[in-house]
Design a binder for this molecule. Structure first.
Ligand SMILES: CC(C)(COP(=O)(O)OP(=O)(O)OC[C@H]1O[C@@H](n2cnc3c(N)ncnc32)[C@H](O)[C@@H]1OP(=O)(O)O)[C@@H](O)C(=O)NCCC(=O)NCCS
Length: 165
């Protein structure tokens, strides 16, 4: 089941993001780096609810949050039609089509909000995510060279986007 996040999901969402960050080296934050707690997350969710061009959708399996996709809309008149996208699914649930389903819901939401462009960045060696994004219609627009340092190594990222209309 894919649904927009509610304030009462805040603690579970903190647990999800912490677990994702501990399971994957492909995310921006390292495990334990971000000081997130339930109260801060509640404020963030409330803020998202007040921005029509931003959303957090969560995948729920047997009452547990197992994945999410976040779309963060621009704050200026000139970029409010753009949403930056971040996603992750717990390792145990990979390969079951959950991310694909999250992106279908994200795109439906984006079209309803008249968002014109979904964009994201992805490490060039994150093959699973690259395949997912290409499968759901994103295209590589360019490469940010040595933009991240992961375990002491420079890492490049692709900039990818999908235009919706
Ligand atoms: C990338 C990620 C979100 C995919 O989630 P998922 O629920 O497993 O994805 P799906 O089951 O919907 O698969 C979608 C497509 O992704 C590709 N894919 C998924 N896992 C893959 C793998 N291990 N290797 C290669 N391609 C893979 C496939 O093309 C697949 O489509 P197909 O099964 O029709 O061929 C998940 O691997 C993840 O959370 N990774 C860690 C966090 C992360 O990297 N987030 C993105 C940061 S930019």
């Amino acid at each position: 089941m894919i649904v927009p996040i509610e304030v009462e999901n805040a603690e579970d969402y903190v647990a999800l993001t912490k677990k994702l960050e501990s399971e994957s080296d492909f995310l921006l934050y390292e495990a334990g780096e971000r000081p997130v707690d339930g109260e801060k997350m509640k404020s963030m969710i409330r803020a998202f609810h007040h921005q029509p061009n931003s959303t957090i959708l969560v995948a729920i399996h047997n009452g547990e949050l197992v994945g999410h996709v976040m779309g963060m809309g621009g704050s200026a008149k000139r970029n409010k039609h753009v949403a930056h996208v971040v996603t992750g699914v717990l390792k145990e649930y990979h390969g079951r089509g959950i991310a694909t389903e999250l992106f279908t819901h994200l795109e439906n939401w984006a079209r309803e909000q008249e968002i014109h462009r979904l964009e994201l960045t992805v490490m060039v060696h994150n093959f699973a995510a690259l395949r997912l994004y290409e499968k759901v219609g994103f295209q590589i627009e360019g490469k940010k060279k040595e933009v991240l340092k992961v375990d002491g190594q420079w890492v490049d990222e692709y900039i990818m986007a999908k235009l919706l209309y």
